[in-house]
Design a protein around this ligand. Structure first.
Ligand SMILES: Cc1ncc(COP(=O)(O)OP(=O)(O)O)c(N)n1
Ligand SMILES: Cc1ncsc1CCOP(=O)(O)O
Ligand SMILES: [Mg+2]
Length: 568
């Protein structure tokens, strides 16, 4: 029996309501079982407008007592694609990606390909009416959230799909415009292009072309730079899809993999270190189905793309040694190295760098000295305006640490504040914390990323540009840079000063939080080094080695708001 995970209940006019976020409502399938009430949305705005959160109130259909029994809906992706006998791409990749992302995946097969790591040896299209029959079988019976398309090998199949989707609308359509396989074999000829452009693209919530596909959709336009990718994204957006992700994996002369996401208003440049591996067959299919999976869970598109991209990168990185087939392009493994991850099906808030604004780091000795529990310390820091918490409990017994971490997590999540664990990746996994902070002599961030999976937050302590570059390559989310000023909290810790902090910020592609000897008297000076990626300060003693944690946190919060930096 599923336990209730909603934030709170509300009783009004003898009726009970669930209070929960709209995406949570969708992800949990509550919209199927509850009427969305006509109560106005309730908006909780945390101090300093660091994060605002909308909530909706939902009333149970036909009943008055709320319980969560068996109301959890399984997120469901339907993939409409070709089969790859080598199982690196196509339907097989989609199934594995969705399984790895913990989303149910049904399949409509459009073509059979005889394929291996050398290339495509044969293609046999499935007759249109049988594609139609498969679509109807799935969509008339199952509650599909997102349809993801891959190889659509004939005009008739594209038309059949569009017609069926008009008959059975779904929450979102993800179109991977597969035209050429990674081996260079043509999977959908130019005759299909016009139907694609006229019928399918306008229905799409996102299309995910690589450079070759974007060029083919744009009449052979040359795409050689990131600026070209932006132009292509804008032109493709004009054709009707709500979002366009142009994938720059093939961009020459780039040490990073750069993708451009455009939603008609903003461009997002999504960069990640390029992973050099032979085992990349199926990357495009897997990315598109991972995006579909995250959208099916209720993520907004930008978050879905970020998590999906990180997932594929992690899988690629950890599939480097796989040795399958003799051809130039091997498959990667979605599950092999990742299967020990405790990736819960429920969605969690994606990392928001502005959460680093006021980073409260606990200290077991200080709490003991002032006679307070970790839980009381965390509560007080949140009440004072802390935007992220780290449990840095160097002396705690593992069992005690886990128990207090679980209690702190409940409090943090009620307030929308992420909770990270210092050093102890095992504790973070065991209590499903939001992430970890590791230093240069702790578990390497790359290993922590593999253990924690793509969504968890990982912070790394860095004193130098080289360490900052490594943190980025390792898949960290932020850098903790310090000690900025001398501190008694950490022994033998070299002080980097404001200059050292600035040097690291300038070199870092990641957001940075400053740490070490920071408090009310000098926080402003720290923030005024004016580095756009310096997002806040992390503080131990100035909050926790004080009589009233809440008052000290509030004072620091005010100073930071006054500095007017990093809060956006
Ligand atoms: C936000 C943040 N930045 C830096 C540190 C220091 O981590 P580390 O270097 O591993 O030292 P310890 O905290 O483990 O003593 C941090 N904890 N948080
Ligand atoms: C953990 C850590 N890492 C670098 S300095 C430091 C200690 C920060 O503590 P305080 O805020 O009390 O100076
Ligand atoms: Mg450490």
């Amino acid at each position: 029996m599923a336990s209730a995970t909603f934030l709170s209940t509300l009783s009004l006019a003898n009726k009970n309501y669930l209070l929960l976020t709209p995406t949570h409502a969708y992800a949990k399938g509550y919209t199927n079982n509850f009427r969305v009430s006509n109560l106005p949305s309730i908006v909780v705005r945390k101090e300093g407008s660091v994060r605002s959160q909308g909530f909706v109130a939902m009333q149970e259909k036909g009943g008055s007592t709320l319980s969560d029994d068996s109301r959890t809906k399984t997120p469901h992706v339907l993939t409409v694609a070709g089969s790859d006998s080598g199982a690196g791409a196509g339907i097989q990749a989609d199934l594995k990606a969705c399984a790895a992302r913990r989303v149910y995946c049904s399949t409509v097969i459009t073509a059979l390909t005889a394929q291996n790591t050398v290339g495509v040896q044969g293609v046999s299209n499935v007759p249109e009416d049988f594609v139609a029959q498969q679509l109807k079988s799935v969509l008339s019976d199952m509650q599909v959230d997102v349809v993801k398309t891959g190889m659509l090998p004939s005009v008739g199949i594209v038309k059949t799909l569009c017609k069926t989707l008009r008959e059975f609308p779904v929450h979102a359509l993800v179109v991977d415009p597969v035209m050429v396989s990674t081996s260079g074999d043509v999977l959908a000829g130019p005759s299909i292009l016009s139907t694609f452009l006229e019928e399918l693209l306008p229905m799409a919530d996102i299309i995910t072309p690589n450079l070759k596909e974007a060029s083919a959709l744009l009449n052979g336009m040359q795409l050689e730079t990131v600026d070209d990718m932006r132009s292509a994204a804008r032109l493709l957006h004009n054709m009707g899809p709500k979002n366009v992700l142009v994938k720059g994996g093939d961009l020459p002369d780039s040490s990073d993999a750069v993708d451009i996401l455009y939603n008609g208003h903003n461009f997002y440049e999504l960069r990640s270190p390029r992973i050099r591996t032979r085992n990349s067959h199926g990357t495009g299919c897997s990315l598109a189905s991972s995006i579909a999976a995250e959208v099916a869970k209720g993520y907004p598109m930008l978050s879905a793309v970020k998590v999906a991209k990180r997932f594929v990168e992690t899988a690629l990185d950890y599939s480097k040694e796989i040795d399958i087939g003799n051809g130039p392009q091997g498959p990667f493994d979605h599950l092999l190295r990742l299967k020990s991850h405790s990736q819960a099906c429920h969605r969690q808030q994606p990392f928001d760098p502005s959460d680093l604004f006021l980073y409260a780091v606990t200290d077991s000795r200080m709490n003991k000295r002032w006679g307070r529990s970790i839980i009381d310390a965390v509560k007080a820091a949140i009440d004072g305006g802390a935007t992220i918490i780290q449990l840095r409990e160097k002396d705690a017994e593992t069992k005690d640490f886990m128990e207090s971490a679980k209690a702190c997590l409940r409090i943090c999540h009620l307030h929308g504040v992420p909770l990270l664990i210092n050093d102890r990746v095992d504790v973070a996994i065991a209590c499903d914390a939001d992430g970890v902070h590791v230093g240069q002599s702790d578990m390497p961030a790359r290993v922590a990323r593999t253990l924690l999976g793509p969504e968890k937050i990982i912070g790394v302590s860095c004193k130098t540009p080289e360490q900052a570059e490594q943190a980025w390559v390792d898949g960290a989310d932020y850098i903790g840079c310090g000690g900025v000023y001398p501190t008694n909290t950490k022994e033998n810790n070299i002080t980097v000063g404001l200059n050292g902090l600035k040097t690291v910020c300038m070199a870092s592609k990641l957001p940075v939080v400053a740490i070490g000897g920071i408090g009310v008297s000098n926080a402003r000076a720290v923030m005024e080094i004016c580095a756009s990626n310096l997002k806040g300060v992390a503080v131990v003693s100035a909050l926790f080695d004080r009589e009233c944690v809440q008052t000290e946190t509030r004072k620091l919060h005010e100073v930071l708001l006054g500095s007017n930096i990093g809060s956006t």
